[in-house]
Ligand binder design. Structure first.
Ligand code: ADP
Ligand code: MG
Length: 272
């Protein structure tokens, strides 16, 4: 079974990319489970066709642990993809990272998720702290993909995540499996991301164009794979899913210093 995670700055396109990759993998005949580890709870929206109505933490808050049924927390989405949202605390109350720990432990204890070919954790991770590091710290995910654009703050988050992976790689099996470029139309973006990958001892597994079809599909609460399967954007997600399925090029990342990163981003950012 492949146990993978998508990390990256908030709003960079993790859930959109994850859902499209899950859809593509499922259409390749794989059994797929996507677990949202972001208090936004919207990781699986495009797969379910609506915001997940019951997160694991919603149930934990309302019920005794032994009253919770699998059916309450494990939902079925597009093409029978298993969808779970860890959930989060009420805004302003409690620690979101702690919530992820509680949710993942409960899923384990209940054996709530059947055998899968791929389990994909979609994790908010500007910095790999506390609960957000849980999927890599506790071995839930072994192959980590970082979603990033060529914008400095996105690269900064990616570099921080790489630092976290490096730390946990020293005492476990977790490895960096690649960077997924999600374009923001920054000048020289693909070249910048390719260079960034070289510095980090990894590779750019995809460079996803910024395309309105993604937003159109999102407005219809669908992935591009289901809304516009003939589009070139769907081809990009299908190719990424195939790369992820076949990927054996895992590495221990070599993060950059902030000064190096700033210099690198500056070099490309000034090009037209
Ligand atoms: P995250 O999960 O990292 O917080 P989302 O996946 O929710 O980010 O994406 C944030 C927004 O960016 C969404 O409105 C989504 O439709 C849009 N988006 C993501 N990737 C693309 C893309 N390649 N082209 C156009 N819009 C995109
Ligand atoms: Mg998200």
């Amino acid at each position: 079974m492949k146990k993978i995670a998508f990390y990256g700055k908030g709003g960079i396109g993790k859930s959109t990319t994850a859902s499209n990759v899950s859809a593509a993998l499922s259409l390749m005949g794989k059994k797929v489970c996507q677990i949202g580890c972001d208090p936004k709870n919207d990781s699986t929206r495009l797969l379910l066709g609506h915001i997940c109505k019951e997160t694991v933490l919603d149930q934990v808050r309302r019920k005794d642990p032994d009253e919770i049924c699998k059916e309450d927390i494990v939902h079925t989405g597009f093409h029978d993809i298993i969808c779970v949202e860890a959930g989060g605390p009420e805004p302003g109350v409690g620690c979101a990272g702690r919530g992820i720990i509680v949710a993942l432990q409960l899923l384990d204890k209940m054996k709530a998720i059947p055998d899968m070919d791929v389990t994909l954790y979609d994790v908010l991770g500007d910095v790999v702290c506390g609960g957000f590091s849980m999927p890599i710290r506790e071995g839930y995910a072994k192959e980590i993909y970082i979603v990033s654009s060529g914008e400095l703050m996105s690269l900064y988050a990616a570099n921080n995540i790489a630092k976290g992976i490096r730390r946990f790689a020293a005492r476990g099996e977790v490895r960096l499996a690649g960077i997924i470029g999600n374009s923001r139309n920054v000048p020289g973006e693909k070249e910048l991301l390719t260079e960034f990958c070289k510095k980090l001892n990894t590779r750019l597994v995809a460079f996803i164009p910024r395309d309105k079809i993604v937003n159109l599909a999102e407005n219809h609460k669908q992935t591009v794979l289901s809304y516009a399967p003939e589009s070139s954007q769907a081809d990009v997600y299908r190719a990424l899913a195939k790369t992820i399925w076949e990927n054996t090029e895992l590495s221990i990342p070599t993060p950059m210093t902030f000064d190096e990163l700033e210099k690198l981003a500056g070099t490309y950012g000034t090009q037209d």
